[in-house]
Design a protein around this ligand. Structure first.
Ligand SMILES: *Cc1c(COP(=O)(O)O)cnc(C)c1O
Length: 454
């Protein structure tokens, strides 16, 4: 189990933790504390003399040992070491270490997709008969996972209006509730999560608070600082930033008491590892070690070394791309808000609540790169507008350097009924724009000419 990154609380305050290719994560180094921007570029990988300056792609399933006792210690979680790339790989470990530093977690595991990340995080905690509380403004795939697929396995989810009062959300907690789930920026309603409210409920009821940070990223928001216990990612989005690869990550905040009596799988011996007890053997990283050792092993949703390499490269410009995404999105939102053919515009920070939450929870005054708006007219107006775009393209994706648009009601959220659509913050006329890093003047001109056709 990768100690990939044991031991970080805050990336600002503590020294960088780095991983050498083919080596277990270094425990502590004496490096001086590094800022967020520097960790984006150098965090997680510490080459020695004559080693590659760039995190190498270790395209190997397999690792070599000298004696069977060493292999036995690795296989029974008594020692760390790569054994087989389904559960760890040096390139993947480098990406995990960097993500861990940027979020300020205690350990991180990379996954094959964002869906795999959310499934891994959830399934590490719940059993059949358990109950989940989730914000109703969620990525469509996550909604389906909770509302349909996990239900078939006996795990029920209640969805709450993220803007409901603390008392109204708390009323939904049951004795068998085992976690609260939300997204930093709800997709595509774009509500900023009320961290304090949900963290308070989670803490009071002794259940973990999971936050999907894909659309904000650690550059904008570090959920562990606001009471989250576990952070998940679709790395496919801004971490990659260039629409090249599917992948995800789960990060352990190391700040939840799994021995509070509600989570027996953490406190009783795991027979598949000779009786390891996660909370005893791994007090700081019980959740992450269990996730990797049990469910990454069994379900196999691991990240490939090549995708880890590309994500790691993406992170090297995260601090440069995110400000531009936000500036472009704000400028386009302001342009659209004044346009005669636009019915409404939604962008985080344009309304008073959003502005307050950005002040409170975000590291920068920036609302990320996603906005939504409605065109005056009917579905045919939407059709004509989308067809006419020249710089922006119709894509089922967000968080690319290239601007993309999508009509959620007919695509990502087509599985929802009208009531569910409204609860998710989606109207039939909604167009979601993932604003890229192009010259915003070109984007505004493009939207202007396409709106003329609508
Ligand atoms: C895209 C996305 C996911 C799913 O991630 P994949 O990498 O596509 O599997 C989950 N959550 C959010 C917020 C997303 O935007």
């Amino acid at each position: 189990m990768s100690k990939t990154a044991a031991s970080r609380k805050s990336p600002k305050k503590e020294s960088a933790q780095k991983v050498r290719p083919g080596q277990p994560a270094a425990s502590e180094t004496a490096a001086p504390p590094l800022s967020f921007d520097t960790l984006c570029i150098q965090g997680g990988y510490d080459p020695k003399v004559s080693e590659p300056r760039i995190l190498p792609i270790v395209q190997s399933t397999t690792y070599k040992y000298d004696d069977i006792d060493h292999v036995n210690r690795i296989m029974t979680l008594q020692a760390f070491g790569h054994k087989y790339s389904r559960t760890s790989n040096p390139t993947v470990a480098g990406f995990e270490a960097r993500m861990n530093l940027l979020e300020g977690g205690t350990a991180t595991v990379a996954t094959a997709s964002g869906q795999a990340a959310n499934l891994l995080a959830i399934i590490t905690i719940v059993r059949p008969g358990d109950h989940i509380l989730a914000a109703s403004q969620l990525y469509g795939g996550t909604f389906t996972l909770l509302n349909s697929t996990l239900k078939k396995f006996g795990i029920e989810t209640t969805f709450f209006d993220p803007n409901a009062s603390r008392a109204d959300v708390e009323k939904l907690v049951r004795p068998e509730t085992r976690l609260i789930f939300g997204e930093t920026l709800g997709n595509p309603g774009l509500a900023i999560l009320d961290f304090d409210k949900l963290a308070h409920i989670a803490k009071k009821h002794g259940i973990p608070f999971i936050v999907d940070n894909s659309l904000a990223t650690a550059w904008l928001c570090q959920p562990f600082k606001h009471g989250a216990n576990i952070v998940t990612y679709s790395a496919t989005k801004y971490v990659d930033g260039h629409a090249t690869s599917i992948g995800g990550a789960v990060i352990d905040g190391g700040n939840f008491d799994w021995a509070n009596g509600k989570f027996p799988d953490f406190t009783t011996p795991d027979p598949t590892y000779n009786g390891v007890i996660y909370t005893q053997n791994f007090p700081q990283t019980a959740f992450l070690v269990k996730a990797r050792a049990q469910f990454l092993r069994d379900f196999g949703g691991c990240l490939s070394p090549l995708n880890a390499f590309l994500f790691n490269l993406g992170l090297e410009t995260l601090h440069l791309r995110m400000p531009r995404h936000g500036e472009n999105a704000l400028a386009l939102a302001r342009f659209l808000a004044k346009h005669s053919k636009v019915a409404w515009v939604n962008y985080p920070g344009l309304d008073a609540t959003g502005k307050k939450r950005i002040e409170k929870y975000f590291r920068h005054k920036n609302g990320s790169g996603i906005l939504t708006f409605g065109i005056k007219g009917d579905l045919d107006s939407v059709r004509r507008f989308v067809k006419r775009l020249r710089v922006a393209a119709l894509v089922v994706h967000v968080a690319d350097a290239r601007t993309g648009v999508l009509h959620p009601a007919s695509s990502t959220h087509a599985q929802m009924n009208e009531k569910q659509l409204l609860a998710a913050g989606i109207t039939p006329d909604m167009i979601r724009v993932s604003v890229g890093t192009e010259d915003v003047a070109d984007l505004i001109a493009d939207f202007d000419q396409a709106l003329a056709a609508a």
